[in-house]
Each structure stands twice: as structure tokens, then as C-alpha cells.
Design a protein around this ligand. Sequence first.
Ligand SMILES: *Cc1c(COP(=O)(O)O)cnc(C)c1O
Length: 229
Amino acid sequence: MISENLRQIRTNITAAAERAGRNPEEIKLIAVSKRFPPSAIIEAFAADQKYFGENYIQELQAKKDSVPPNALFHFIGHLQTNKAKFAAEMCSMVETVDRFKLGQALNKHLKAINRHLDILVQVNIANDPNKSGTEESGAEELLSQLNTLPNLRVCGLMTMPPYSPDPEESRPYFKQLRIFAAKMHQKGMFPRIARPEISMGMSGDYQIAIEEGATIIRVGTAIFGERTV
Ligand SMILES: *Cc1c(COP(=O)(O)O)cnc(C)c1O
């Protein structure tokens, strides 16, 4: 079931990339395993899925010892500063940095364990009061502040548009984030990487996100099924 879903999604990724004249290999699929047990992660890992997404540190801590050691985790939830230590230790990327204080906390813990961490800045592209993330107007300042922290590698931007049952409603926000990322790149805001990562698109709208330039998509339900807990 999970392997079947993954196969279907990979086919859809390739098709969406080809529609947009893009190389499917530049798109990374994050399997969002939140609220699913380690057995689901193990099953997906066995079907060649390497990257997983979690949005609660406690949940990730509880699962980490029961999943394959080579499974890599992206943190995609709101991260409290007092949990930065665990994210710094356990994640291969934190996608949801939305304030300098959090960057500083991550950097401090990373320095202590002599590690570097890839991060994205979460942008509240629609200025949606229900979503976290820095507003577009404050993102440039945050990016330049984060770039002063030596143990962070600022790789790009992440967003979550307002929910709509019609995935086409997400398209203008995806496009807006892609254009904004290109502008920030031009201004030298991603000095440690060649091309910025753009994380956008979930189960309902990832194909549109790919058409609009996503390099990271975060898909849960379409892989693991509906979350019941
Ligand atoms: C839960 C979640 C997803 C995945 O959502 P699905 O609709 O299940 O694919 C993606 N991104 C974030 C930030 C999430 O919290």
C-alpha cells in the first residue's frame, strides 16, 4: 500500500516535472510521517524513501530509535527555541526557521556538537494570520541575520499557502514564493549554495507546486493515508 502510493507519486512527480520542462531529479520528496508509527517509516524506507518529515520534536524523539538509522528527517513544524537542541541533533534539515532567536539557538547547539545544519526560512507568503513564518517583507533581513551564523547553511525558502479544496488556488502563492526566492538569490542571500531550495506543495497540490518550481515537496496523506490520531 505505502510502496504502491510512493510509486504513484514518483510517477506524478516525473510527469509534472516534464510538463514544466524540469528535471525530475531536482525534486526531493519528503514523506510526512507525523502521527504515523515507526512501522510506516520502516515500510516506506524499504520502498526507497529516504527523507521523512515530522512536526513535533517529542514525537520524533519517540520514533527515532525505532526507524532505520539512515532515514533522514526534515523538521517541518513550529519549533520552540527550547527544543532547538533536539532538532539540531536529530534532523538533516529544519524547514521552519522563522525568527533570528531560533537560528541563534540552533547555531549554539550545533557549535557544541561540531555540526552544520541545512535550514530553510519559512515565509508566510499569503500573510495568513493562521500560519507561522516570517512575512515576505521581513524575510530579507532575517536571511541576512541567519547568514552570520556559521553552523547554519541557509538553503532556501519554505511555505504553506492557505488551505483550499481547489489546488489551483495554491498556484499564485507557489509562483510568488519562486519569484521571491529568485530575487533573494540575486541579492546574495544564499551565499553557501548554488541554487536555492523551494519547499512547497503537499498531498493535494504537489503537482502544481512542481510546475511552479518546487524543489522539495512534503507529502503525507497521499503516501500513508488519512491521519486518524
Ligand atoms: C502535515 C504537513 C504536510 C503534509 O500534509 P498532507 O496533506 O498530509 O500531505 C506538509 N507540510 C507541513 C508543514 C505539514 O505540517
